[in-house]
Ligand binder design. Structure first.
Ligand code: PMP
Length: 408
């Protein structure tokens, strides 16, 4: 236990003499990134490029792991991190500090409807864990509904939501129902959103007591292969889920922050407003950062117990996150995603006309996928052929992506 103020003042009669402390650190005068690189020969990231220890340049078409939304070591983000580091490097979410308050306010201003309460965590997995907890506590129900082919995290809770065999471990998965994926290319109902929605209704009717805690989906499945949900699907299933007492969660870990080009958030492409939104990856340009945004009503239920996160909303990460939001606006990154994405889609479709092995070209903004098949009719996934084709496509892809660079 801590000593009380009274007993503390009884002991400390004269204030201790502290050594002088320079609270106004001098500007950084050390070597530049280039000088450090020349000396130490380490990896270096600069906007869309990575350099290896021999100075060889690579175009990072994967943007980290779809995390580097503004470019590696973007000067504005670097500057924000550096400036905040001089003031305060650590505080938990128990304390309200300026960096966390400014960032939360800016993030909330990007959300529609009543999505105004922000929780900071450290990753997408943690964000989805918290969202699932909120859904269960708020509704008093246990059952969660997720889509087949989804990826929502790798913790023992979120692995239950994930429905990709490569990522599953044989552990208890909780009460989770995986419904037929509204995948226009592979799904047996094509783009017929109503038939996929009926499958979800059937799961509720036959697989639960009739009540569920929540439904979670990415609007474009990322790890599952740039699969955009059939148009109109979310509108239909949000109604069904809410009638069954559940809340609707949008996983924006990959689709958020303008990456779809047409909209700031992926869920907007389907004309819905979720009850809980989870985000990570691009939110911090690669910093360990995640967030959950929800309504005051749902947030209220979390106030029953202490809810805090040691590193969540870390001041340095919060300052970096705020800088990311500003760069996206200032440099019109959403419009850039739309522009470069439609160019890329167009070029890939031209290529598809020439090569039977390209079964499908799909996506939106800078979330674009190309599926390789051995048989277009059967849609059999290509395996050994992939490497050979990729070699042929390399120059073309680099050329298409070069367009993006000329725009920066
Ligand atoms: N949701 C989605 C849609 C993701 O793509 C990922 C990561 N691939 C996660 C959640 C989990 O995020 P993290 O790796 O930061 O835990």
């Amino acid at each position: 236990s801590f000593s009380t103020a009274a007993s503390a003042s009884a002991v400390a009669t004269t204030p201790p003499q502290l050594p002088p402390f320079d609270h106004d650190p001098k500007p950084y005068t050390g070597p530049s990134a280039d000088q450090v690189f020349q000396k130490r020969k380490q990896f270096l990231g600069k906007m869309q490029y990575l350099f290896d220890e021999n100075g060889r340049r690579y175009l990072d078409a994967f943007a980290g792991i779809v995390t580097v939304s503004c470019g590696h070591c973007h000067p504005d983000v670097l500057n924000a991190i550096f400036e905040q580091s001089k003031l305060l490097q650590h505080a938990t979410t128990i304390y309200l500090h300026h960096a966390i308050a400014d960032f939360a306010e800016a993030l909330a201003s990007k959300m529609p409807g009543n999505l105004k309460v922000v929780y900071f965590v450290n990753s997408g997995t943690e964000a989805n864990e918290l969202a699932m907890l909120m859904a269960r506590l708020y509704t008093g129900n246990l059952g969660m509904i997720a889509l087949r082919n989804a990826y929502h995290g790798g913790s023992s809770g979120t692995i239950g939501l994930t429905a990709l065999n490569t990522w599953k471990y044989p552990i208890p998965q909780g009460e989770i129902h995986h419904v037929v994926n509204p995948d226009p290319y592979h799904g047996s109902f094509g783009s017929d959103a109503a038939r996929y929605a009926q499958d979800l209704q059937d799961h509720i009717d036959f697989g639960t007591s009739g009540k569920v805690a929540g439904f979670i989906a990415e609007t474009i499945q990322g790890v599952g292969g740039a699969v955009e949900l059939a148009p109109g699907y979310l509108k239909l299933v949000y109604d069904i889920v809410r009638k069954a007492g559940g809340v609707c969660i949008a996983d924006e870990v990959q689709t958020g922050f303008g990456r779809t080009g047409s909209h700031y958030w992926g869920f907007e492409t389907q004309g819905v407003i979720p009850d809980i939104v989870t985000m990570a990856k691009g939110i911090g340009n690669g910093l360990p950062l995640g967030a959950v945004v929800t309504t005051p009503e749902i947030a209220n239920v979390m106030a029953q117990k202490i809810q805090f996160n040691t590193f969540g909303g870390n001041p340095v990460c919060s300052a970096g996150g705020l800088a990311v939001l500003r760069v996206i606006d200032k440099e019109r990154r959403q419009a850039h995603c739309a522009d470069v994405g439609s160019h890329l889609l167009g070029r890939l479709r031209t290529l598809q006309e020439r090569h039977d092995i390209i079964g499908d070209v799909r996506g939106r903004g800078l979330m674009v996928g190309m599926e390789l098949v051995t048989d277009r009719k059967e849609k059999t996934p290509a395996k050994a052929e992939t490497a050979v084709l990729f070699e042929k496509l390399r120059d073309f892809l680099v050329d298409a992506l070069d367009y993006s660079m000329s725009k920066l």
